[in-house]
Design a protein. Structure first.
Length: 166
């Protein structure tokens, strides 16, 4: 039977990390942070944010970047909702814009698009920053028991010092 793309590119690498000794706690935190950081409402920053989080919290860099890669469509899908929430929170005027419009603006004049969207993006980033900590904690506590069960089921080895640092 042929494995699905999601299984080959997402599930199997996560299972391999558990088999290699990455703890369920580190993996759950890596994925929770990866999920939250990857929907940051400023396109082009998530790879750097995920890498910094992995370095600061000594998390698994491949795991957090794997999630970041898979979450790109979600980042684009959540861009306008974050913009709209930012408008409501800051009582800013409604900016009649769509994702295709943003892409056209960016391709025509990137600096002009950045200047035009600066206030809206800043408001969206503040909303994201308020929601991010709670979302990360919630995701961590949802993922942790799952990874603990999976680690027990696959008989993941006890973590080594090298694996724990990953």
């Amino acid at each position: 039977m042929k494995e699905s793309f999601i299984y080959r590119r997402l599930i199997r690498p996560i299972l391999e990390l558990l088999r290699q000794g990455v703890t369920p706690e580190k993996l759950a935190l890596s994925l929770a942070l990866g999920l939250v950081l990857s929907v940051f409402p400023a396109v082009g920053w998530t790879t750097t944010l995920c890498a910094l989080a992995a370095l600061i919290f000594r998390l698994n860099l491949p795991a957090i970047q794997l999630i970041n890669y898979f979450m790109y469509p979600a980042q684009i899908a959540l861009l306008l909702p974050f913009f709209r929430l930012g408008e409501k929170v800051f009582r800013a005027p409604h900016l009649p814009i769509s994702i295709p419009h943003i892409y056209r603006m960016a391709h025509a004049n990137l600096w002009g698009a950045i200047k035009f969207l600066w206030s809206t993006t800043w408001h969206a980033m503040v909303v994201w920053a308020v929601l991010a900590p709670l979302s990360t904690v919630l995701l961590y506590y949802v993922l942790l028991p799952v990874f603990r069960r999976v680690a027990q089921r696959i008989g993941a080895s006890q973590p080594t010092v090298e694996a724990e640092a990953a």
